[in-house]
Ligand binder design. Structure first.
Ligand code: NAP
Length: 339
């Protein structure tokens, strides 16, 4: 009989992919959602054959209700749920409180129920920010919060730090590690997409008329999920206390546009060709929130290496070209983008 694993945030892009892999490997999966009545039918239709091997529990990161039931009988937890909104909230606590308190709540209930392993979905946001003189990063780097960073970046950094501190004090025997993905793309399953996929969607649906001078690291959702499962299955001594960035490569948005034109020319008709001057980004940032985020990234290289993860977990990441190809084909196939 295989083990039972709790995946928090089963409605999410990454959470769904982790569930997918676990079910394919014969695990029994418990998952938490915020609204069971709304979300369970969707999850059941995606994994129609899972039957009793998938159990859905209602639990919010901000409340104790439902967490004991969700953790009962689970030997491992993949704690994926955390707010990842497209827009920057007015009050940063809207992100920081659920990220931090939700992680501590998940840890407390997991250890109380006897889980031996806990994999936290952290982020490259906890690695590569607040260090203006650096452009290459590894699992050993930490975002410097004293420099002042956007709320989402702060929420992921605070949550990972809090988890590690809590484990050191309250559960030193727990096999804890984090997965730290960069921007996640790859096949989508419905129009309830992650914020990261919106970037590619906007590149092909014509809503970005000019290419800003910014770049991002790319990772594939299938690799992110595989890293979670390998972190659950690997010998304890390989993963205890580790950080596992998943990152295939850094790409300028102009390079992403070129890859899209080359790989999926039939869907690339609206992909922009011309550069957006930095002065224009700065002017638009006076009025538009999204431009404010782009302004702070102009010209920045944040190249996070995934080599450590490939070495320790024995993975070979999917090339970014294939990831972008799969993202776009699924967006079009599901009717999410009409090109
Ligand atoms: P997503 O599709 O938006 O999923 C977020 C999940 O968190 C959803 O299941 C959401 O539930 C849940 N959630 C949010 N607030 C909650 C709350 N108060 N209580 C309970 N559940 C809550 O985003 P994703 O890309 O899969 O992100 C999943 C994790 O990966 C997050 O921790 C994110 O920080 C991390 N991550 C993502 C990326 C990326 O590029 N996508 C990169 C690095 C790290 P609802 O469906 O009810 O909203």
């Amino acid at each position: 009989m295989t083990a039972t694993v709790l995946v928090t945030g089963g409605t999410g892009y990454i959470g769904g992919e982790v569930i997918d892999r676990l079910l394919a490997r014969d695990y029994t999966v418990h998952t938490t959602v915020r609204n069971k009545a709304k979300s369970e039918p969707k999850l059941r239709s995606r994994w129609a054959g899972a039957g009793e091997r998938l159990k859905v529990f209602q639990a919010d990161l901000l409340s104790d209700e439902g967490w004991a039931e969700a953790n009962a009988g689970c030997s491992a937890v993949a704690h994926v749920a955390s707010p990842f909104p497209l827009r920057v909230p007015k009050n940063k606590d809207e992100l920081i409180i659920p990220a931090r308190e939700g992680t501590l709540r998940a840890l407390e209930f997991a250890t109380a129920a006897g889980a031996q392993r806990f994999v936290q979905t952290s982020s490259a946001a906890a690695i590569a920010y607040g260090q203006p003189d650096k452009d290459h990063f590894t699992h050993l780097d930490w975002t410097d919060l004293t420099a002042g960073v956007p709320p989402y970046i702060e929420s992921k950094t605070v949550a990972e730090r809090a988890a590690r501190d809590w484990v050191a004090i309250h559960a030193p025997d727990l096999i804890f590690c984090s997965i730290n993905p960069v921007a996640v793309f790859g096949p989508v399953h419905d129009d309830d997409m992650s914020t990261s996929v919106e970037i590619v969607k906007k590149l092909i649906d014509g809503s970005i008329p000019l290419i800003p001078n910014m770049g991002i690291c790319v990772t594939d959702v299938r690799d992110v999920a595989e890293a979670h499962v390998r972190a659950i299955e690997a010998p304890a001594e390989k993963v205890r206390g580790e950080r596992f960035p998943t990152s295939e490569k850094f790409l300028w948005i102009s390079e992403m546009a070129a890859i899209i034109r080359q790989r999926v020319p039939e869907h690339a008709g609206k992909v922009p060709h011309r550069a957006m001057p930095n002065w224009l980004v700065r002017v638009l940032a006076l009025f538009l929130d999204e431009m404010k985020q782009i302004k702070s990234e102009l010209g920045n290289v944040r190249d996070v290496s995934g080599k450590h993860t490939e070495d320790v977990l024995g993975m070979r990441f999917i090339p970014a070209e294939e990831t972008l190809d799969a993202t776009i084909r699924s967006l079009v196939a599901k009717g999410i983008v009409k090109v």
